[in-house]
Write a protein that binds this ligand. Sequence first.
Ligand SMILES: Nc1ncnc2c1ncn2[C@@H]1O[C@H](COP(=O)(O)OP(=O)(O)O)[C@@H](O)[C@H]1O
Ligand SMILES: [Mg+2]
Ligand SMILES: [Zn+2]
Length: 234
Amino acid sequence: MNAFLFSDRHNLLDVEIRLCPDCHRPSDGPFGVCDSCMASREAKHEAALQRERAEKRALAWDRMCPRLYRHTNWKHPDLSPVFCGLAHTWWAKDDGMGLGIYGPSGVGKTRAVWEILRRHHFAGRSVLATTAQQIQFAVGDFHSDTQMDRNAARKLIRDCKGAGILFVDDIGKERSTPAVAAVLHDIVETRVSNKLPILWTSEMTGEDLAQKLGDNYGHGLIRRLREFSTVIAA
Ligand SMILES: Nc1ncnc2c1ncn2[C@@H]1O[C@H](COP(=O)(O)OP(=O)(O)O)[C@@H](O)[C@H]1O
Ligand SMILES: [Mg+2]
Ligand SMILES: [Zn+2]
C-alpha cells in the first residue's frame, strides 16, 4: 500500500481526503474526527466527569459523616428494628414532610438518620447534619468577639434554613435559653414554609420538649415538628 494513504491529509486528483486522527479512516467530521470516534470521545469525557463527581461526593461524605456513623452493623442487637427499617426505606418526598425519631439512648436513632442521609447524599441531594447542641453553641457565638466565630455561627443557622434536607440530632440535649428556642423556632418555621424536610431525633417527649423550650416558642415549635414530620418511636 502506498505510504501517502497513512498521512493525515492528501490530494488525489485535487480531492482532499482527511483521515480521522483516532481511527485513521477517511472522515469529514469537524476537526477531522469521524462521527463514531467523536461519540466515543464524548462518552469517555462524560465517564471521566461522572467519576470526578462521584469522587467529590465521596470526599464530601467523609468530611460530613463522623467515622463512628459511617459503618453500621444493622443486625446489632441493641438497635431498634423499626429504626433499621426506616434507615433503609425512608425517602424525602416533595411534600416537605420530615421524620422524627424518638426513643431512649442507644437504640440507633442517630445511626438510622445518618444512613438515610447517606442515601440522599449519594443520590445528589443537598444534606446538612447538625445537633441541637451545635445550634445552641452557634447562638452563643452570635456575639462572639471573634469575627470568624460569628461568621461560622451565622453560616450554620443560614444553612440550617436552606439545606435540602436537614438533620438535627438530639433535640432536648441543648441548654435551652429563650434565644436558642427562638432560633430553633425560626429554623423550623422557615423550613416548613418552604417545604424543606427536617429529620430529627430526641429522647424527650413532645410535652417535655415544649416545656423545656419555654412558653414563647415551645408549643409552636413542637406543633410544627409534629405536623410536618412523621414521628416514629422505638
Ligand atoms: N458498628 C456498629 N454497628 C451497629 N451498632 C453499633 C455499632 N457500634 C455500636 N453500636 C451500637 O449502636 C448504638 C448507638 O447507636 P446510636 O445511633 O448512637 O444510638 P442513639 O442515637 O439512639 O443513642 C449503641 O447501642 C451501640 O451498642
Ligand atoms: Mg444519638
Ligand atoms: Zn475515527
